[in-house]
Design a protein around this ligand. Structure first.
Ligand code: GAF
Length: 394
């Protein structure tokens, strides 16, 4: 039994009851149904998705629950069990610029689904969840995907692979065109297509996906996620600036994307910053492919090495780490983790470490101590066990 207190994902049936109760309190009636969508943590492959590259995320057990009921007057009401502000308006007024704050993500999904030809009626929506916000664990994608699945439930659309992929696109449009965060598609793809018990190798060149088993328990390993509590926001400029640098690099090389670039190509880029950004993307794609192979062979030591190399690349070439992330990663490895790296968009958020179970408490304590010693805010930790994709809650 671990002495450490982790951020608990909650019990799905209890959370579904809680969201039903909160819905009834907010709207004075029972919801028709509840949908659940997970947050994610990325094992390896950062800032590669919008470069048509490779990523290897897993769905967290931490998730967002959306309770919904249809309305006949074409109105939409959006509320949350956690957030104060609520929004209401017409289903015809949900597009870019119409809604602000967290409700934008919900409104954006309804708008993008309508744009794609889904039947989206007026409805009441209430969300409730356990994905930490601002921690780089895709609480926004979990929110989007829970609403998308709920709408399908309301309108009787079966959630087959084709529909799930259309929902991924709608949720990405919600994020990029309505919320204004120029992200790639990793977070929505893993939330909607995750394979329970596995990581998902996603190739953004052809959008193919392959489940890669993660038999952590069998290997007496755990994935420790440390939220540095340095809030990251994808709508801030750093993420967009990195994306622009990558696009500039590809344009300079005359390529459709950095996925087609080799290290030799990249060495010809004259601007040092652009060359470093492209170096990260090219080497990160190689590391993701190697990590997929290493996992297939249960070569955890190789996975750990790749994670450590990935962190160095993000720190030095892509420059998206920060002191708190560097301390979390270095301390985890010094205290016995096989590998560790920052995860997600960067500039704060979380790290992920691959840790022998019998070293878990020691690693957590070492990180807490190192944060206190450096005068950082106390971090919070959670255990990442690969969970299932978004679905209706029965
Ligand atoms: C964020 C984005 F939303 C993803 O699309 C991805 O680019 C990630 O940062 C970095 O790998 O989570």
């Amino acid at each position: 039994m671990s002495a450490t207190s982790f951020v608990h994902p909650g019990v799905p049936a209890e959370l579904a009851d809680e969201v039903r109760t909160a819905f009834a309190e907010a709207y004075g009636a029972e919801p028709t149904l509840v949908a659940r969508a997970p947050g994610r943590v990325n094992l390896i492959g950062e800032h590669t998705d919008y470069n048509r590259g490779l990523v290897l995320p897993l769905a967290l057990p931490h998730a967002t629950y959306a309770a919904v009921a249809p309305r006949t007057d074409g109105q939409v009401r959006i509320a949350s069990a956690e957030q104060e502000s609520a929004w209401s308006g017409s289903v015809d007024a949900l597009g870019p610029g119409e809604v602000s704050g967290w409700a934008t993500y919900v409104a954006g999904v309804l708008w993008a689904m309508r744009e794609d030809g889904f039947d989206v009626p007026g409805m009441d929506v209430l969300v409730h969840g356990t994905v930490p916000t601002g921690a780089g664990l895709s609480s926004s994608a979990a929110l989007e995907c829970s609403v998308a699945v709920a709408v399908c439930g309301l309108t009787g659309v079966e959630l087959d692979d084709d529909v799930r992929r259309r929902l991924v696109d709608a949720c990405v449009r919600a994020e990029t065109e309505v919320a204004g965060a120029p992200t790639g598609g990793m977070d929505q793809t893993i939330s909607l297509l995750a394979a329970d018990g596995a990581a998902l190798l996603i190739d953004f060149d052809d959008h193919s996906t392959r489940a890669v088993a993660l038999p952590l328990e069998q290997a007496s390993l755990a994935l420790l996620v440390t939220d540095t509590r340095v809030s990251h926001a994808l709508v801030d400029g750093g993420y967009a600036a990195r994306r622009a640098d990558c696009e500039q690099a590809a344009a300079e090389l005359g390529l459709r994307s950095l996925r087609q670039a080799s290290l030799e190509d990249v060495s010809s880029i004259t601007d040092e910053r652009i060359r470093s950004r492209a170096t990260h993307v090219v080497t990160e794609n190689q590391r993701v492919a190697a990590a997929g192979d290493a996992l297939a062979e249960h070569d955890w030591a190789a996975v750990g090495t790749l994670m450590r190399e990935s962190h160095v690349s993000m720190r030095d070439d892509f420059e998206i780490s920060c002191d708190e992330l560097d301390v979390a990663v270095t301390t985890a490895v010094e205290a016995g983790a096989i590998g560790a790296r920052m995860t997600g968009g960067g500039f704060g958020g979380s790290s992920i470490a691959l840790v022998p179970v019998d070293r878990l408490d020691a690693v957590v304590q070492a990180i807490d101590l190192a944060f206190a010693g450096a005068g950082f805010r106390a971090p919070q930790h959670l255990r990442a066990e690969p969970g299932p994709a978004a679905a209706l809650v029965s």
